[in-house]
Design a protein. Sequence first.
Lengths: 226, 202
Amino acid sequence: MADETWESLLRLLRARDAIAWNQLIEGEYVQIHSYLLGHARRRNSYQGAPIGDPEVQEVTTMLTNDAFVEAMSDIEAFDPSKASLPTWIKWKGRAKMKGLLDPVIRFRKLQRVDLPPPRRADARDHLQGTPPSSRSAESEALSMISTTNLREQVMKVLAAMPADRAALLLRVWDARLDGNPFPIRSVAARAGVSAVAFDSRYRRAARDFSTRWQAAYGDDRGIGPW
Amino acid sequence: MVMSNFDDVELRLFELFDAALEESPCPPPHVEELDDSNTDSGVSPEIVSMWRRRLQAQMTAGFEFGSLLQLRREAMGYSVASVCAQAQWQPDRLIDLEANRLDINDIQASSVAMLLRALGITQVGPIDAPVRTYIQKLPFVRQIDQVPICGHADHSVSVVNLPAPPSSDAERIDHEATARVADRYLNDLREALSALDDVATG
């Protein structure tokens, strides 16, 4: 965006001015789409590429569009002191992969290995993009509350950590989430650092998180010393 | 306290991250550092532009061009008079445009460019779809009915085999002509905005 940065548009974006959202899309779409496409491709690739690239692109376009539309409706929740708006939108798209892309990958993988056709329930789950669930509404609500609490706890510990250590930990987790079998080696290569040096920094970051987590919430999650 | 193996702890740590962060609508702290986007995805820029334009059209769907400009002006907190003073427009013409009553064919692209600039719009992309829809309302982009000539020379034509008149206005729109007119107008608008940009930057 030459003239219109997201910062200069923020007031209008918060007012849900459609032209302002289109100005943001004009400037940021390519970068956000490309970021999500990279993740989607890696995720597909590490699963043996069961879906072809045109379909990965199609699903990524859906994810990108959903992320922008959701960002528009949730714009009050955006806090510029925590992340930039493009990062916030990218994260929204990223968070949707589990529900939108992963079921397609799983479904295609099943088809490719010539397993018996999926049960009716599985096919429906694939279309709806949700895993099979027989839980009651009450237990779903409880689980949502506990996820929210957990999220707040993890975010608090990460926020208290030095930025470089938290970022390093998140970067490895991010690569692992894509299904990368060698996340440390791959992240180290991308950062231009030797894998051994990176591993040592990574272990320090993990120890830092573990110590802070235990001090704040105890050892019930098994993130103890080693 | 029992000492654990690092691999086990790492596994549990990532399980914790999966549960807490994988579907989180907000990025965790320091995630900005993760942002290593490479904009060259290998997909043709024309295709990505087409996807972008579709999303932009979706964002403005259901709004007419004039109404969008009115919403923009109000969101910026400007009055009709202040925008008109800046864009050198007549207030009644702006009111007509905002009410979608003004024929865009009667306004020069350079004049619309000045209005857009006064409203902080410096590119054509964000208003591409609503301008195209607005242009569809122009009478000359509608199809002229192809009525066969009935006369003494052509004995095959009778009242019975005359084509049925179009049932709705939508059917009468000549989409190719509309696209041509829209492309031309948007191109003029792009050039006018760029000229204003050159003037502004000296």
